[in-house]
Design a protein around this ligand. Structure first.
Ligand code: KIV
Length: 271
């Protein structure tokens, strides 16, 4: 039986077992109660309360503006909805880069106030001390390497990272550093598939890819992108499983028409 079918609650150990048994890990983002309920009920292994909430929920251009209080609000809503999956919450920009004490305090707020199971943060060597301190306090940490959207103004662009050898070698080194620091898993975003495969083969912990090819241990997508709620965003790595923008748009048009024509409500839809 697959690990996915065996467990009633997904834990960090479950993900480790999945990697060992070659079973891919499924992960999506979620930000609210109703959607998290559907995704958990469908059997998703991991829900990430991503700081992409800054884009898809709040309409900001980048992930930088979202605050810790706002992330906590989204995470509380998601945690209330789920029965089975592992919930990971992003530490937002500016709440962990200062020093390891700041990082620990932010992680503790998330764990205490939301009931989530783990936190995620972006970066390599420069955040290793913070990861050690957070893990030392008993909080599981997921890393994030490659295209790290909180550093978008340093990169200047959302193009594929680590195509050049020097950046690729640095990424491999950072992945090992994160593993040594105690991360239970790492997200690899928008890097060449061959490089991602190499990292997944070298590391013992699971590597979850987004735009990182099929050689990693699992996949993550932003829920709004994969359900087609966003029309504007269509990178090569994205597969759309629904076209909710058009479905919601058409349903809304029909509702407006029914109200205007007095078709809604009918005899059976009133008291
Ligand atoms: O915030 C987010 O949605 C993420 C995923 C893209 C991995 O970090």
């Amino acid at each position: 039986m697959s690990v996915h079918k065996e467990v009633t609650k997904v834990t960090t150990n479950t993900l480790q077992r999945m990697k060992q048994q070659g079973e891919k890990i499924s992960m999506l983002t979620a930000y609210d109660f109703s959607m998290a309920r559907i995704l958990d009920d469908a059997g998703i292994d991991v829900l990430l309360v991503g700081d992409s909430a800054s884009n898809v929920m709040a309409g900001h251009e980048t992930t930088l503006p979202i605050t810790l209080d706002q992330m906590i609000y989204h995470a509380q809503s998601v945690v209330r909805a789920i029965n089975r999956c592992l919930v990971v919450v992003d530490l937002p920009f500016g709440t962990y880069q200062g020093n390891s004490k700041e990082a620990l305090n932010s992680a503790i707020r998330i764990m205490k106030e939301t009931g989530a199971h783990a936190i995620k943060l972006e970066g390599g060597e420069e955040v290793a001390d913070s990861i050690k301190r957070i893990v030392g306090a008993g909080v599981p940490v997921m890393g994030h390497l490659g295209l790290t959207p909180q550093s978008i103004y340093k990169f200047g662009t959302y193009v594929v990272r680590a195509k050049e050898e020097a950046e690729a070698e640095q990424l491999v080194k950072n992945a090992h550093i994160l593993q040594e620091a105690g991360c239970f898993a790492i997200v690899l975003e928008k890097i060449p598939a061959a490089l991602a495969k190499r990292v997944a083969e070298e590391l013992k912990i699971p590597l979850i890819g987004i735009g990182a090819g099929s050689g990693v241990d699992g996949q993550v997508l932003v829920m709004h992108d994969m359900l087609g709620i966003n029309k504007e965003f269509s990178p090569r790595f994205l597969r759309r499983y629904a076209n909710l923008y058009d479905q919601i748009h058409d349903a809304t048009r029909q509702y407006i028409a029914d109200v205007k024509s007095k078709d809604f409500p009918n005899e059976n839809e009133q008291y």
